[in-house]
Design a protein around this ligand. Sequence first.
Ligand code: GMT
Length: 378
Amino acid sequence: MKIAIVCYPTFGGSGVVATELGLELARRGHEIHFITYSQPVRLALLNPNIHYHEVHVPEYPLFHYQPYELALSSKLVDMVKLYGIELLHVHYAIPHAYAGYMAKKMLKEQGIKIPMVTTLHGTDITLVGNHPFYKPAVSFSINHSDIVTSVSQDLKDDTYRLFDIKREIEVIPNFIEIDKNRIDTTSECHRSLMATETQKIVTHISNFRKVKRIPDVIKIFNEIQKKMPAKLMMVGDGPEKAPAEALCEELGISDKVIFFGNSHEISKILCFSDLFLLPSETESFGLAALEAMASGVPVISSNTGGLPEVNKEGVSGYLGNVGDVDYMAEKAIEILSDDAKLFEFKSNALKVSQEFDVQQIVPMYEKVYRKALKMHAK
Ligand code: GMT
């Protein structure tokens, strides 16, 4: 199949999922066209089945806001015609489903029928899309997609609860390439660079937005380090990074916390991590938790959104109520202070992550594509 993938190219989870999906589809012989405003961070272009088309938005002084949706839908129309693309897969409702719908309409006028699959990722529904300024356009784009998928059952339920949706939504969970994620622990895992033998390594990875509850990460770690020698790895960047650095200073733990900023070496960091913290306010899925688990790292998370569908209570880690720092710290200390227990949680985390292996999940998307093409052939 010839598929156009529209996504956000940045460090966010939706862009990562869309990129990894395109790469796997290309390996399976599909021709994939990424259409976005800059090259997705995880996109490796050295594959004859991978194409990348950049959307340019010309600056014009009259425009207070540059019309990205217009440029995107025009680019979609041009690329569909040029490459004979058969299907659009847009990730994130805003504005991609809306732009995709416009492209479909323009193409239809020119005698080209093309189906559109929309994947909902979370923030486009629960945080941004739900705003009254966007809601009618988001409902419209969802209702007018040929097939809609969501990354968790919880997000599907939220979508029905928050929007006026009159159609079926299929759940296709996010996935992970287990083998790629695990690195050779004997030669590549440089634990000794980061901590001493006796220190436990706790890690958090995110885009440091408010929704991630970064102060909770620091407070949980603060409790841990009172009970045992420990180090905290903070990976990523965003508006909450500077306040987090200030909080570490205030608590007197700056020497035990490393702020990496955005990193392309996630697997290398996860390979020496003992525990992953994700106490988010909301999380439609929690891809970062799954990535940690696939590296054999147990997770202490909040029990919000789709997280209980990924992190299994008492098996791959523990889940506490949002903001319950004491409970999450208590469970973290429980796991970290008993080596046998830590070993068991580590192997359980890896086992649970295997349910989300790329080879199980990507065929679900292929099935959805076949269905969308069939619907359109009628
Ligand atoms: O929250 C993020 O890290 C970014 C955000 C995004 O929009 O890219 O992630 C959302 O989509 C990811 C991939 O499906 C999910 O794993 C995240 O849970 C989800 N974030 C939220 O729901 C807050």
